[in-house]
Design a protein around this ligand. Structure first.
Ligand code: ADP
Ligand code: MG
Length: 690
């Protein structure tokens, strides 16, 4: 059943030069070409009266030449006035052959296609495609299908592409057999693959091109469904492959360290934490490597779950590494893990870029010898000459998942065993989307907050009320509370953002004399940032002015007020993350979203969503609706999916049936699954794009 894809170079007329140009469009096989989606359609199926044309229309006309002349102005050009009885139009040619001028004699009947522009003496078409028609030549007046226009590249003409696509269509169904029957489709009235592809490239004259372009037409839905299915199958197959790899250490915690840690925690685990902990324990006790994503809202208590997994690893005689995206967070994790693990005689090392060379050498040594059982750091953990004695678990906080290549590199670092992996994210994505984008991972969710949290009251105010906002800070500080002021200006430039934060801090120092005001921004050295954050955490600073560097993970329970300046500039996920810095203690907390009007419609929606809910999963769902999945997952994620026809947002309703059918295919019709993966993802896999 596995089809061997026919290379485009096997088609007549495709030499190395043309093949190279097609490759620039990622077109290698006949199937690739058939899945190259038109970016628009032109209607050459009917003649349009000149009198009805407007500038910007692309139209087919049939008209008689009235006169033509070679005009000599700044540039020589051939002008040809035509008329069809409803109006007149000028054809303009700048580069022309002398014989062309002769052919456009008075009385000649022409059929032209081109874009209408407003010209000096009425409507014009510059360089229209045109042909002479014999008088009374009524047959074959026009095309019977809409004409596709493709995304192209230099040196590759629409005409060439259309011809190649035509040749490819003629090879159907041999070159692209339909693997799905009508019963396999979510809607049995959808066309089969051959018909769908023919409609995509040669829509019958009466087709609404909008439906094709926007993906509402059943032909496009049919193809999009197959594409989503193929991608999902490919991720599931990858997961199966990882599962069947028996190279991971079995971590059963013979020493019972995780149980000891559990019993000594100052709080009981939430039900969600206990559930996820059990899921991790089960995964890690197997020789197939764990690949698990932990989605948990800000403040849901992911760190302690990670600490329990680290204890379980160490209790099994292996090392655990925890990677954080910033020094600040790594340092905070280091402190938390030290607090929990050192009483259990577990040594925790911190590998930071900021540490001195001597320190670093000693820490590297401790990691290599296994003396340090747990290691915390930034991505430098996996880049440099860090060697582990026996790495059994890797936890990645607030990061996108590892790609295939990074996984292999990790395996090397771990001396050939495949470490278990836990990726944690505070940016939950909706369930259906997660199942599609993360089908190669198991997903756990911490969907419950530790008890005793006060809800955060969120208010939206215009910056014209800055004075009142400052009064509010004064009142909070007077009660012994702490506050954040987040500057969101000019993310693109760290210099300008730092400057803006410095100016704001200076203003606030004037307005709030007698209070201790600290400042952190991205231009400061890691040590300085850490000093300020440390002081804030210890209560030595009352108000912390910060750029968005504090976004992830920072935990200061006494801070109960957050002002987000220019809140309208940030996305929902980021605002939600920032807000999660408050509401961590016993006091009632407030988040003030201060905006500079006028607000765009989407900014208004974002701020309203935040005012309504604190539920990260609900916010993620709204984010999906407002922004669409591409933005939400980040370009890396959707780029990795590399969808050609489907759109995760528009076709979200297909994801559920895709999952079901993927299960059926993998179990019952594996060869079809293979063929679909090869057709849609084969290229990307061969060229190492996933
Ligand atoms: P996040 O999921 O955002 O990383 P953290 O792990 O930083 O959250 O936890 C936030 C705070 O909640 C920390 O101070 C942590 O000690 C505390 N915490 C975690 N789990 C519980 C629990 N079950 N009961 C009470 N407090 C908890
Ligand atoms: Mg965290």
């Amino acid at each position: 059943m596995a089809e061997s894809p026919r290379r485009l170079t096997e088609l007549p007329g495709v030499g190395p030069r043309l093949a190279e140009r097609l490759a620039r469009l990622n077109l290698y096989t006949v199937a690739d070409l058939l899945l190259h989606r038109p970016i628009r359609y032109e209607d050459r199926t009917r003649l349009q009266p000149i009198g009805t044309l407007r500038p910007g229309d692309r139209a087919l006309i049939e008209a008689r030449v009235e006169w033509s002349e070679v005009a000599r102005g700044r540039r020589r050009r051939l002008l040809c006035r035509v008329s069809d009885g409803t109006g007149q139009l000028d054809l303009v040619f700048f580069n022309f052959h002398p014989r062309q001028a002769e052919r456009l004699q008075r009385g000649v009947l022409l059929r032209c296609f081109g874009e209408v522009r407003a010209g000096y003496a009425g409507p014009q078409m510059a360089h229209p495609e045109h042909e002479r028609v014999a008088p009374g030549d009524a047959g074959g007046v026009a095309d019977t299908a809409l004409t596709p226009v493709y995304g192209s590249t230099e040196g590759l003409h629409q005409g060439q592409l259309r011809k190649l696509v035509g040749a490819a269509l003629a090879m159907l169904p041999d070159q692209m057999p339909d693997h799905l029957s009508a019963e396999d489709l979510p809607d049995p009235s959808w066309p089969g693959l051959k018909e769908a592809l023919e409609t995509l490239h040669r829509p019958p004259a009466e087709t609404d091109p909008g439906g094709l372009l926007e993906g509402r037409h059943p032909a496009v839905r049919r193809i999009a469904y197959e594409e989503l299915l193929a991608h999902h199958l490919s991720l599931r197959r990858r997961r199966q492959a990882v599962r069947s790899d028996r190279g991971a250490p079995v971590l059963k915690d013979g020493q019972g360290l995780s149980a000891v840690l559990h019993s000594r925690l100052p709080f009981p685990l939430t039900a969600a934490q206990a559930r996820v902990d059990a899921e991790l324990a089960r995964d890690m006790a197997e020789s197939a490597p764990m690949l698990r994503l932990l989605q948990g809202d800000v403040g849901s208590g992911k760190t302690v779950v990670a600490a329990l997994a680290c204890a379980r690893t160490v209790g099994s005689g292996y090392q655990a590494a925890l990677m954080a995206p910033t020094e600040l967070l790594a340092e905070q994790h280091f402190r938390s893990l030290c607090g929990w693990l050192e009483p259990l005689q577990v040594e925790v090392a911190w590998l930071s870029g900021g540490a001195g060379a001597q320190h670093r050498r000693r820490d590297l040594q401790r990691v290599a010898s296994g003396e340090a059982a747990v290691v915390v750091g930034t991505h430098a953990l996996f880049q440099e000459q860090v060697a582990f004695r026996s790495l059994g678990l890797v936890v990645v906080d607030e990061q996108h998942r590892f790609g295939v290549h990074q996984r292999l590199a990790l395996k090397e670092k771990a001396g050939g065993v495949e470490p278990h992996q836990l990726t944690m994210t505070a940016t939950p994505i909706p369930r259906t989307l997660a199942m599609t984008a993360y089908a190669d991972l198991d997903v756990s969710a911490l969907d419950e907050r530790p008890p005793g949290r006060q809800p955060v009251q969120t208010v939206v105010v215009s910056e014209q009320r800055r004075g009142e906002v400052i009064d509010r800070i004064r009142a909070a500080l007077a009660e012994g509370r702490q506050a954040y002021w987040v500057c969101t200006l000019i993310e693109a430039s760290p210099e300008l953002a730092a400057q803006a934060a410095e100016d704001t801090a200076a203003h606030l120092r004037e307005a709030l004399t007698g209070h201790r005001i600290g400042l952190v921004h991205g231009r400061m050295s890691a040590t300085d940032k850490e000093k300020v954050m440390g002081a804030f955490a210890q209560g030595g600073i009352d108000l912390l002015v910060a750029t968005t560097v504090i976004e992830v993970g920072v935990d200061v329970p006494n801070a109960s007020l957050m002002i987000i300046d220019n809140a309208e500039r940030l996305g929902l996920a980021q605002l939600h993350q920032l807000r999660g810095r408050v509401g961590r203690g016993r006091a009632a907390s407030t988040c003030v979203l201060m905006y500079h009007g006028p607000l765009s419609e989407s900014a208004r929606q974002r701020l309203a969503v935040l005012r309504e809910t604190e539920d990260g999963f609900a916010i993620a769902q709204r984010d999906l609706e407002i922004r669409g999945p591409g933005e939400m997952l980040g370009t890396r994620q959707t780029g990795a999916l590399g969808l050609r026809i489907a759109d995760l947002g528009r076709d979200a309703d297909l994801l559920e049936p895709v999952q079901q059918q993927a299960g059926d295919l993998l179990h019952g019709r594996a060869s079809i699954a293979e063929a679909l993966i090869e057709r849609w993802v084969g290229q990307a896999e061969r060229y190492g794009q996933v």
